[in-house]
Design a protein around this ligand. Structure first.
Ligand code: PLP
Length: 373
């Protein structure tokens, strides 16, 4: 591969921090856990943070803590990573999909109200690719209908809308730290909330149902092992301390792509929406509407053959066979989502991508498009 899709950005500082933990007896449930959680509450200005071993575990624990389960409906987007919908199904609730806005690619706030029923308990929106556009409108609708917002902010650490950070819109908000994310802990996640009761419940659920005052072998409820080790937390603390530097680097890479690709009428190139300050998770261009899914797939394959790693972020969640079957979703139900999904090309995108590498990617993409179309 000449240019990879993503790469973590690990400095000597992260390596030293991890090694320092390895020299202590506290590899898990040690001081780095509280330090990482406090770094998050400070960064986001929220009361509580609960570290977990993945974004998926975080979403699942939030659903449990909120008491959402069988018979309940949760409104969400079909244009996301599968874990969003899975977390709803993991507690036995029903994901109710709402089509997306064709520009922001986030759930279309205008279309939410028609999907609200007496079974609706919550809305689970996603700042897809890191873009928080539309979250102000969406929160107003949730408030009007007394619905909880569970913010799947897994892709949006560092992004802002009207000066308000992603991860502060939901009653509960969840980040993820897989190595392709803005910051990584290897694997990991973080739940944010201002509600002590919900946070305490998540602390218990992530640690085998143990209670606040009970002993190691006292279990108050059915729990899980979703703990994040101190090794991971040490890595996360250094990564979070670099968030402004990381954001600046990602903005620079996005700017190079915008400059090199914006004039090509065969492509739709993302820009920062009004009032948004985006810390992009991935950089996804789209082929113009006249291109078919087969043509897009041919471009993806040709790019790969030329050593440029690209991806089709995302196919529609609701057309994954196990979801389509269970909830009777079929092609044509969500026209905007389907039209967007057939056109996406996620380009290589990470902090230390150089201008020359971006130029190589853009050149290869243009030549590929010239060859075929
Ligand atoms: C929108 C969204 N939700 C949830 C997740 C799940 O996070 P994890 O892979 O840490 O479980 C991801 C991760 O890619 C994501 O992009």
């Amino acid at each position: 591969m000449r240019v990879h899709l993503s790469r973590p950005d690990i400095t000597e500082k992260e390596i030293e921090a991890v090694c320092a933990v390895l020299r202590t007896p506290n590899l898990s449930l040690g001081p780095k856990l509280a330090e990482f959680e406090t770094a998050f509450t400070t960064y986001l200005g929220r009361k509580r943070a609960v570290a977990v071993n993945s974004g998926t575990s975080g979403l699942f624990l939030c659903m449990l803590a909120l008491g959402i389960g069988p018979g309940d409906e949760v409104i969400t987007t079909p244009f996301t990573f599968i874990a969003t919908a899975n977390s709803i199904m993991m507690v036995g609730a029903r994901p109710v999909f709402v089509d997306i806005d064709p520009v922001s690619l986030n759930i279309d706030a205008e279309k939410i109200e028609s999907k609200i029923t007496e079974k609706t308990k919550a809305i689970m929106p996603v700042e897809v690719f890191g873009n928080p556009a539309g979250f102000d409108k969406l929160c107003k609708i949730a408030q009007k209908h007394n619905l909880i917002v569970i913010e799947d902010s897994c892709e949006a650490l560092g992004s802002e809308l009207n000066g308000k950070k992603a991860g502060t819109f939901g009653t509960m908000s969840i980040f993820a730290f897989y190595p392709n994310k803005q910051i990584t802990t290897g694997e990991g996640g973080m739940i944010l909330t201002n509600d002590d009761e919900l946070a305490d419940m998540c602390v218990s659920l992530r640690n085998q149902g143990r209670g606040k005052s009970g002993g190691w072998l006292d279990h108050e409820r059915l729990g899980y092992n979703f703990r994040l080790s101190d090794i991971n937390c040490a890595l996360g603390i250094v990564q979070l301390s670099r968030i402004d530097e990381i954001k600046a680097k990602r903005k620079q890479v996005a700017k190079w792509y915008q400059e090199m690709l914006a004039a090509d009428e065969r492509l739709i190139v993302p820009t920062e929406p009004d009032n948004c300050d985006v810390n992009w998770f991935v950089f996804v261009v789209r082929l113009a509407d006249r291109f078919t899914l087969q043509q897009r797939d041919k471009v993806l394959a040709a790019m790969g053959e030329q050593g440029i790693q690209v991806k089709n972020y995302f196919p529609p969640v609701l057309l994954q066979p196990f979801i389509a079957e269970q909830f009777s979703c079929k092609k044509g139900d969500f026209p905007v989502t389907e039209s967007v999904c057939k056109s996406t090309i996620s380009l290589p995108f990470y902090n230390n991508l150089t201008k020359d590498e971006v130029a190589t990617v853009c050149e290869t993409l243009k030549v590929t498009l010239d060859t075929y179309y």
